[in-house]
Ligand binder design. Structure first.
Ligand code: HEC
Ligand code: HEC
Length: 380
């Protein structure tokens, strides 16, 4: 090859490379293709039922009382509703949850709203059913710190519970496993139904503002949220590292460090990882694969308007901050998902995206706290 042909050849190769690169680029940028590759956004279906714990009115009534009853915790101080308060989006409103007295929690308290739809519970998907989740909440040392035998004894001494357990389960005496079942059935009633987004998807084209409609397009296109937040729940129930920044709480609060270190220890990490503990490692505790450090379950986005602060460590106070974070391409963790890249959204586009996020929530779900049914002295 002489010099001239060499230059021609190089030019040709360069042109080919540009073509190939722009094809890849276009492929990524094509909104229609993004939408096709992932499960469609859709209205919420009926709540899935559990064959061995079907929903009945009596179980709902019992489960509701138990959800608000502090006697399901060790020192009768802490009910489920202490950290899942209907007036705080069914979370506790703190960046990182409060804990059982004498402790603080290490993760943000999640909303209970729509948990009924999830196959993987907790920030890193460690649990798989509401029934078994309720057990870890009642007995977990940062949550209820309760002893099942003692709790059974307490329930047996409340005439209203004796009556309701009989009505709900046909038993003469309350038992702990049945209490968990009733709580789970109550949680299956705490779901969103009326979100403008659902109304829109069900045919009411006026339910969304023009801005929210543009936001929905962005969500599925330029903003690329659909890659992980998809299907009716807006979650792929898979795990991703999006590079959420550390919460400084864990650097300047001894109690939080105790909670964090204890969780590392209890989850069986190596001594080196335990000693270096400065943040939540997410899915890693379950798999112990280094590449899973910092991966969390994609959270559903329904009811999001009411559940600030956001992320597993509550590091973002508002949805504005969250959208800003994604616009910059997420955080700067070396293990961050390649699915995130900076988005170049304009101010208007960010507003539209926020309008769409707000349209997912619907009316606030308020259940007033029922009075605790009283103990009675037994006479036999
Ligand atoms: C001391 C605070 C506290 C108490 C008490 C508590 N929780 Fe939680 N709850 C949390 C925190 C924090 C999380 C997230 C924990 C994690 O990811 O490891 C959570 C997670 C959950 C989830 C998972 C939601 C999801 O999206 O995966 C459910 C369901 C739940 N709690 C129900 C309950 C029930 C039922 C009770 C009472 C039996 C209860 N909680 C008691 C703080 C609490
Ligand atoms: C690569 C997958 C992925 C993509 C893409 C993605 N998310 Fe997320 N999202 C997650 C994960 C995982 C979390 C939880 C991270 C954590 O707590 O560490 C999350 C958390 C959130 C939260 C906080 C939820 C809560 O309950 O605290 C919001 C809001 C959110 N994402 C909105 C969006 C929007 C809007 C987009 C598009 C601009 C988007 N996400 C793109 C995976 C993704």
């Amino acid at each position: 090859m002489n010099n001239k042909t060499k230059i021609k050849f190089l030019k040709l190769m360069a042109a080919l490379a540009v073509c190939a690169m722009s094809a890849v680029f276009l492929n990524i940028k094509s909104d229609a293709q993004l939408q096709e590759r992932f499960p469609n956004l859709a209205p919420l279906p009926e709540v899935p039922q559990t064959p061995d714990n079907p929903t009945t009115e009596a179980k709902i009534e019992l489960g509701k009382l138990l959800f608000f009853d502090r006697r399901t915790s060790g020192d009768v101080s802490t009910s489920c509703s202490s950290c899942h308060d209907p007036h705080k989006g069914w979370g506790d409103g703190n960046p990182v949850s409060k804990g059982y007295p004498g402790t603080v929690h290490w993760r943000n308290s999640q909303t209970v709203v729509n948990a009924a739809y999830l196959k993987k519970l907790f920030w890193a998907g460690e649990d798989t059913s509401l029934e078994s989740q309720a057990d870890s909440a009642v007995t977990g040392n940062l949550a209820g710190n309760g002893d099942p035998d003692t709790i059974e004894e307490r329930l047996a001494q409340v005439p209203e519970y004796v009556r309701l357990f009989k009505e709900a389960f046909g038993v003469e005496r309350p038992t702990y496993p049945l209490a968990l079942k009733a709580i789970a059935v109550f949680e299956r009633t705490v779901v969103t139904k009326d979100a403008p987004f659902d109304q829109y998807m069900n045919g009411d084209k006026k339910a969304l503002s023009d801005s929210a409609k543009r936001g929905m397009e962005l969500f599925q296109g330029k903003a690329r949220c659909i890659q992980c937040h998809n299907g009716p729940l807006m979650s792929d129930e898979s795990f991703h590292n999006i590079g959420v920044p550390k919460n400084p709480l864990f650097e300047n609060d001894a109690q939080r460090q105790i909670a964090l270190r204890f969780q590392h220890y209890a989850r069986g990490v190596s001594e080196e990882v335990y000693r270096g503990a400065d943040r939540d490692l997410g899915l890693y505790y379950t798999t112990k694969r280094p590449e899973d450090k910092g991966k969390f379950r994609t959270p559903p986005l329904r009811y999001i308007e009411y559940t600030a602060p956001y992320m597993h460590n509550g590091v973002f106070e508002s949805l504005e901050e969250v959208v800003d974070f994604y616009n910059k391409g997420g955080g700067d963790d070396p293990r961050k998902s390649p699915l995130l890249q900076s988005l170049d959204l304009t101010k208007q586009e960010m507003n539209d995206l926020l309008e769409f996020l707000k349209s997912l929530s619907g009316e606030e779900i308020i259940v007033e706290e029922p009075p605790e049914p009283p103990y009675a002295v037994l006479d036999e």
